[in-house]
Design a protein around this ligand. Sequence first.
Ligand SMILES: Cc1cc2nc3c(=O)[nH]c(=O)nc-3n(C[C@H](O)[C@H](O)[C@H](O)COP(=O)(O)OP(=O)(O)OC[C@H]3O[C@@H](n4cnc5c(N)ncnc54)[C@H](O)[C@@H]3O)c2cc1C
Ligand code: SF4
Length: 545
Amino acid sequence: MANEYSADVVVVGTGVVGCLVAEHMLDAGLSVLMLEAGPRVDRWRIVENYRNLPPSLRLHFDAPYPPKPWAPHLESRTDAEAAEYLQLEGPDARAFRQGYVRYAGGATWHWAGICWRMVPDDFRLKTLYGVGRDWAFDYHVLEPYYTRAEYAMGVCGPADPALQWPPIRSKPYPMGPLPFGPGEQRFTEAAARLGLKNLPAPQARNSGVSYHGRPPCCGNNNCFPVCPIAAKYDAASALPKIEAKGGRILANAVVYRIETDAKHSVQAVHYFDPDKASHRVTARVFVIACNSIETPKLLLLSKDEHNPNGVANSSDQVGRNMMDQPKLIAEVTLAEPLWTGVGPVQNSSIMNTSQGDFRSRYSGAMIRMENFARSGIGGAAALKKGLVGKALDAEIRRLSACTARLTIEHEPLPQAQNRVTLSSKKDWLGINKPNIYNDVGDYVRRSAKEYTVPLLRRLAAELGATDFQLSTEFLNSDHIMGGCIMGADPATSVVDVDCRSHDHHNLFLPGGAAMTTGGSGNSTITMAALALKAADGIVDQLKHG
Ligand SMILES: Cc1cc2nc3c(=O)[nH]c(=O)nc-3n(C[C@H](O)[C@H](O)[C@H](O)COP(=O)(O)OP(=O)(O)OC[C@H]3O[C@@H](n4cnc5c(N)ncnc54)[C@H](O)[C@@H]3O)c2cc1C
Ligand code: SF4
């Protein structure tokens, strides 16, 4: 075993969370080494992979990112293959079928880029509604970090407070909002007739201007599975900047163990290279930013004589309180053309459905109409009907114009039984695969039954839907949270307010894993804000601690 590298700060994972922390460390004059399990691939290669896919795989967002044997992730193309990596169980196993990829740059390669902040009440669920947990701080503590994250990633959004969510901000968005397409305009009007406000989504996309050297969005609607021109932020575009500042990035380095000493100080991490050779890396501070499934998995894998339950796990909370926003979708057909697909794949949402006193009984939710072009889905459906020639053309056109997808994403509660553990099944390197138990819980089920689905039906009718096909089970939203829950009490939580492990002073676990509750909106901007707060904590500890 070689001991090859060391740095002030070792960051494991090159997703948005790892990259934001790394850049901040470098700006503070600290040396940084990033270890990344997956390969480092150029954007043109992903675009080519996508172009070369057979039509049947074009709607699988992960398909242009084939996993390497040493860095497996879920492959959505078949259930059988999916079962190969994520081992899912529980009454709502399907709702945790997460689509992250293990490539340098992480899941923002193929994210939608939507950046809703949580709002003040989301931080005080226990106090206000008697459910879930309160965060260890309130919205105002995180607000400056939300703003910094928006400027670091380049988030566009409205300047008018009446269109902001929440309208409590210390600075305007760095760029103005993107315009609505024709379908979204119609959806907004239908929602307004029901007293609902469809807001322009803040999103990590350049609106009309270049930002951080990336070009403006040209609205070609290819954001899933990759923005070919990097108008949408992804962490892959941050990697050259990190190197330009002196950071080192080692791809194909799969960290499998965190080593601590008898005094609970982290001494090293160990990684495998693709030849299955093991390496040991030392540092003063270690940041694990592998996402909310892979981070708890790594902590549990690191069980040894000093850490009998796994690293950072004296509370037995590592891996627990896993959350995603359980999603329901309705495919609707309309008599009149609606034309979604102009602009980015998501561009607006109804957010006021996420708040209210009803949260003592059932969850709030975000409701939106997806804005992706329907030609792929319409084309597949028309071909299935056996049509040819002009009849096929006409049907593809009708289905592209006159169909839409409406989506509900429900707020989850942190529940101890929703849990990542180590499966007895192992991957190519001999590392245990993650096993995940998921039950969306009655809080969400009641919401769907009494509140969100009836509301969605009314919304669809108002839009002019002649057909409404609701998903028969809860689905994943790909917003993985929990697993290293933040709290003030080390007996019931894993990390403190700076995402520092209660058990190990030089181990930081920033991002979604630390989130105490999940809210209804897309969660990455909260992960990014937590990353920057943790980064401040690390610099403070290394320079003054
Ligand atoms: C299809 C899709 C659409 C999405 N849309 C949105 C959206 O619109 N808005 C939103 O807020 N969120 C969205 N998300 C979620 C968003 O992409 C994630 O929340 C975000 O990317 C998480 O960032 P991260 O840095 O925590 O983790 P990741 O991006 O998962 O990065 C973790 C990195 O760690 C590496 N890694 C893992 N294990 C190891 C190991 N053992 N050793 C070394 N490295 C390791 C991985 O390879 C990866 O590069 C979407 C996700 C998907 C899949
Ligand atoms: S619409 Fe096109 S240019 Fe804009 S973010 Fe999506 S893929 Fe990139």
